[in-house]
Design a protein around this ligand. Structure first.
Ligand code: F6P
Length: 520
């Protein structure tokens, strides 16, 4: 099924020619906000500042229906093997399902195992937070270090910061990179006697994670003896046997399942740092919010379906307008790591050029995602957003209330800036001095959360996950594998062996020269 061969795609193409040179402001009829803004619980979504109109949205809805998108959504929720290249189901949604309705993977219900694991997480996190979990010298835990990378880092790290207002006394650190600078800095800041390490690796084979974990384990063994490992290390992995062989006590091993993709795994035990930082109940609320978005995604008509609408816009810009990148600008420091998280979620999912039927695609897929917090970003790259030759659709995200701070005036300035930037991008400003002219007509989405609560954050993240899924489906690519990361890993192994002098492979001249320089 090639999307670009569909008559419904062709209709979008035809109508695009009609509207492509129009200004967003021309689309603002009296019903604009009625059709393009939505309240979801206490989150407001504004899709009105975009280069489309009602008819264009109708055509996208027709296309999505023509592509049998509802069937694809149902197949995912039901546990069908939709990740065909890896022969896996895709069930991050089951992890936040609120009822106990069976979800079958190859005939076996995954819900009982999820509930048992939740119980284990609750007992473990309660024990650590209450101080009943003692380190090797009998002292309670004060610091948590999550050792993991990619999906085993970005999701939990982003959520822990986003929900800073809900944090308890535990200090939570994230060690991801293999650059020893990070490890050195961390070791200077923690007390080993009161630190608990979470080794999070779905595959339990990731070089960076295992090398960091091994180095720290070694320090414990030398300082406190091998029995200290049981008190200071827990792990999350699908590879229980490997984790045990690594020396992790079986009671401290949390299972993961191959039907959860790494970048979709913060709802699973891979997100263990989250309930440790904010308590188990708040972790459950995060999942409740996600499940509410799941229900909306499954049941809402595409005219009102938030993840679907957002996906239509991305494809409209990527495949028709030729705007290849999208910026995510949270006006909330607590969401500082959201752009990093979204980069993996969106680009590792949709950076593919082979279709579901194993053909090379001849249409554009995965767009480029980047961003930083506002207002800081205004003082660095917003120049390009306003006057550059490239058009970058912007996603603004903020919370309306910021209950935890007494500095109300600051928050008001922050929000005023966000609203004004969206307005400025759209309306521009004509000036006869050409370099002072703002052409405007630059699109943006604004998402305003009443407050950054666990529940709202859960809904927001599920919205992005499902947006990514709809894009992948309409592009007919598999969002859930990531073979593109493998070649670099394999070659790094070769280069490492060459650096250690074990082998002397012939690389290209440039690579040879770099290896020689590092060696000498
Ligand atoms: O190399 C990419 C990747 O496999 C990501 O997909 C994943 O989130 C990350 O590495 C970490 O993998 P793991 O949890 O297996 O250590």
């Amino acid at each position: 099924m090639k999307p670009v061969n569909k008559e419904s795609w062709n209709k979008i193409e035809q109508y695009f020619k009609v509207i492509k040179n129009k200004r967003i402001t021309d689309f603002f009829d009296p019903d604009r906000l009625k059709h393009f803004t939505f309240d979801f619980n206490t989150i407001y979504f504004d899709f009105s500042k975009h280069r489309w109109d009602q008819k264009m949205l109708d055509l996208w809805v027709d296309f999505a229906e023509d592509m049998q998108t509802h069937q694809a959504i149902n197949a995912m929720f039901k546990g069908a093997i939709i990740n065909k290249t890896e022969q896996r189901a895709v069930l991050h949604t089951a992890l936040r399902q609120q009822d106990n309705q069976a979800v079958l993977v190859n005939g076996s219900n995954v819900i009982p195992e999820i509930r048992a694991t939740e119980k284990k997480i609750k007992n473990f996190t309660d024990k650590v937070i209450s101080g009943n979990w003692k380190g090797t010298s009998g002292k309670p835990i004060t610091d948590i270090v999550n050792i993991g990378i990619g999906g085993s880092d970005l999701g939990p790290k982003m959520v822990v910061k986003a929900l800073s207002d809900y944090r308890n006394h535990l200090k939570v650190h994230f060690l991801s990179n293999i650059d020893p600078f990070e490890l050195d800095a961390l070791l200077r800041h923690i007390d080993l006697e009161t630190t608990l390490f979470l080794v999070v690796s779905k595959s339990f084979s990731t070089q960076e994670t295992l090398t960091n974990a091994r180095a720290i384990q070694q320090i414990y063994k030398q300082k406190f003896g091998a029995q200290s490992i049981g008190k200071h290390f827990a792990t999350v992995s699908t590879q229980v046997a490997k984790a045990q062989a690594f020396g992790i006590h079986p009671d401290n091993i949390f299972p993961m399942w191959d039907w959860v993709g790494g970048r979709y795994s913060l709802w699973s035990p891979a997100g263990l740092a989250i309930p440790l930082a904010i308590g188990f109940e708040n972790f459950q609320l995060l999942k409740l919010g996600a499940s509410e978005m799941d229900r909306h995604f499954k049941t809402a008509d595409f005219h009102q379906n938030l993840p679907a609408i957002a996906a239509f816009l991305t494809i409209l810009y990527n495949n028709f307008y030729g705007f290849e990148t999208e910026a995510y600008i949270p006006y909330a420091d607590k969401l500082q790591y959201l752009p990093d998280f979204l980069q993996q979620l969106i680009m590792e999912s949709n950076g593919k050029s082979v279709s579901l039927s194993n053909d090379k695609v001849n249409w554009q897929t995965g767009n480029i995602v980047w961003g930083n917090i506002g207002t800081n970003a205004q003082h660095s790259f917003f120049q390009l957003l306003h006057q550059g030759t490239k058009i970058v659709p912007v996603n603004f995200i903020a919370e309306k209330q910021n209950a935890q701070t007494g500095f109300k005036a600051h928050h008001q300035i922050l929000l005023a800036n966000m609203i004004a930037q969206a307005e400025a991008l759209m309306i521009g400003d004509s000036n006869e001095i050409i370099y002072k002219n703002f052409e405007g007509n630059r699109p943006s989405t604004t998402i305003l959360l009443e407050e950054l609560t666990p529940q709202n954050l859960g809904s927001l993240l599920a919205y992005y996950e499902h947006k990514t899924f709809v894009e992948a489906w309409l592009w007919q690519i598999n969002a859930f594998d990531q073979f593109g990361v493998e070649l670099g890993k394999r070659l790094a192994q070769n280069v490492l062996e060459d650096l250690k002098n074990k082998t002397q492979r012939q690389h290209d001249a440039s690579t040879n020269a770099l290896i020689q320089r590092v060696k000498n």
